[in-house]
Design a protein around this ligand. Structure first.
Ligand code: FNR
Length: 179
């Protein structure tokens, strides 16, 4: 199974990114997890342009096309989706990479429910399958916690493993239902 993880935060010490890196560090047979690197480099979406005019957009589309499952962890800003993440999603509204794609939300806090609901709506309208609209919370002890600290904490590590096993099972189940 190929999994693409997208963080909605550009902060160097982002807790959303740290959590996704912890998920990506899980070594499971037959599972490859990549972190999307480039949403911060995408140009501002403009429907006058073709997605293929920009290498960064092509790369983002290829990452999504590659993935069997997409994981998103995002902050909320002023009760909304971070502009950088919404911008990335706007680039693929017309190109179909999210069609029938399982998408799961994970969060390092229980907050950000407006952004999550808005993201779920945007992704659903692109015909993706949102596996867990309410999101899966793995509460981190403090903002600024590193990936190594998450992986070094036995309780958090088990939670990350359980989350991954659960969404992979849901993805396989979803694939069976759509066969
Ligand atoms: C926030 N934050 C925030 N949180 C929330 O639950 N609802 C909100 O409306 C906002 N608004 C908001 C605006 C601005 C300008 C900032 C900087 C922050 C808190 C924010 O979501 C929180 O800091 C993130 O969870 C941090 O994520 P990263 O960057 O560590 O991944």
């Amino acid at each position: 199974m190929k999994i693409l993880a997208i963080s909605g935060s550009l902060r160097a010490d982002s807790s959303n990114s740290a959590l996704l890196r912890a998920v990506a560090a899980m070594q499971l047979d037959g599972v490859e997890i990549r972190i999307s690197q480039n949403i911060g480099t995408l140009p501002h979406f403009n429907p006058d342009y073709e997605p293929d005019d920009f290498p960064a957009v092509t790369e983002f589309r290829d990452e999504l096309g590659w993935a069997d499952l997409v994981l998103i962890s995002s902050p909320e800003y002023a009760h909304g989706v971070p502009g950088v993440l919404k911008n990335a999603l706007d680039w693929v509204v017309g190109t179909g990479e999210f069609m029938s794609k399982p998408v799961a939300f994970i969060s390092p806090t229980g907050r950000g429910t407006y952004a999550q609901a808005s993201l779920a709506e945007t992704i659903r309208v692109m015909d993706a399958r949102v596996l867990n609209p309410a999101g899966h919370v793995i509460s981190l002890a403090h903002n600024g916690i590193t990936t190594d600290q998450i992986l070094g904490d036995p309780t958090l590590r088990v939670k990350v493993e359980e989350f991954l096993a659960g969404v992979m099972q849901d993805t396989l189940q979803n694939a069976k239902l759509t066969e």
